[in-house]
Write a protein of this length. Structure first.
Length: 322
């Protein structure tokens, strides 16, 4: 009985305990259900928030993509602009110096050159005018002045004899010389001035009888014939050789030609008429003097030995004589 009572007490205690646990479980299950509902609501709320955030993020990403595309297009546009601008700058850099030269430097240079030419021309004209007035004054002093003025005038003319004389000035000098009353040094200087330029006055002066009477004028005539071409004045040369010491005059004229032109000297030595007139008297001395002339002025020896002069006079001269 005692054992049965213990069992009954244990059973009642167990059932009481089980009932309490069951009640506790029932209460916990309800709380759990409530907690689940809350959790479900929280999950749903969080899901909605995540969805909204995803939408906002997607929108931002889309906006960012559009912004990047726009920026890329702008950058590409700037790249094209810079490329075109670079090409333009390159073309301008190449063309600008040419344009500056053509429209800036070259016209300025031409204008400067024209200005310099005008200045030089005007200066030359001014100096020429001054020189012409001084020459006129010197000639006037020769015509009308006293001895001192005439000497000063001839000294000035001797210094400006290459300055260029007008035809009127040459005529006045020619007229002075034809009057035959000038001093010898003045006459010689005027004749020299006339011999430096071909003119009708010089032709007349060096072609008349005065040529044979005045040694100074004769020497100036040789200079004139040398400067203007002796073949044009062969008649005058023949006249001189016929009336004077032909060999000496021929040698003098040959020396003038040797200083001026070797080719004209050789032409003179090929002229049979002039050579015959010069070598009729003292031909041997003339030949020896010509040997010295050829050596002094370095005349072409083979060409000289082919001349009529050498062929004629060399026959009468042995190597020992030469």
């Amino acid at each position: 009985m005692r054992e049965f009572g213990l069992i009954l007490i244990f059973s009642l205690s167990f059932m009481s305990l089980f009932g309490q646990q069951t009640e506790k479980l029932r209460i916990s299950s309800g709380q759990l259900q409530i907690a689940n509902q809350r959790l479900s609501r929280d999950v749903d709320s969080l899901t909605r928030k995540l969805a909204e955030n995803e939408k906002r993020l997607a929108k931002k990403i889309e906006d960012a993509s559009q912004t990047m595309e726009y920026l890329n297009s702008v950058v590409n546009s700037f790249g094209q602009i810079f490329t075109v601008l670079g090409i333009f700058i390159g073309i301008v850099s190449l063309a600008l110096p040419i344009v500056m030269y053509q429209f800036g430097i070259k016209p300025s240079r031409l204008a400067l050159q024209e200005l310099e030419d005008n200045i030089d021309r005007r200066l030359a004209m001014s100096l020429s005018d001054v020189r012409q007035r001084e020459i006129d004054a010197a000639i006037e002093n020769l015509e009308l002045g006293n001895t001192e003025l005439r000497n000063r005038a001839i000294s000035y003319l001797s210094l400006t004899q290459y300055g260029g004389y007008s035809d009127q000035q040459l005529f006045r000098l020619y007229s002075l010389l034809k009057k035959q009353h000038n001093q010898p040094n003045i006459k010689s200087q005027i004749a020299y001035i006339l011999s430096t330029k071909k003119s009708e006055y010089a032709d007349d002066l060096f072609s008349g009888e005065i040529l044979l009477k005045d040694p100074a004028i004769k020497q100036m005539a040789f200079l004139y014939f040398t400067n203007t071409g002796f073949k044009n004045y062969k008649k005058q040369l023949v006249l001189v050789l016929k009336t004077t010491d032909s060999g000496s005059e021929f040698l003098t004229f040959a020396y003038n030609l040797a200083q001026h032109s070797h080719s004209e000297l050789l032409e003179l030595l090929h002229d049979e008429e002039l050579v015959n007139l010069a070598s009729d008297v003292h031909g041997d001395d003339l030949f020896r003097n010509f040997e010295s002339l050829v050596a002094t002025y370095n005349v072409d020896r083979p060409a000289y030995e082919k001349t009529y002069f050498y062929t004629k006079l060399n026959k009468n001269n042995s190597p020992a004589d030469i």
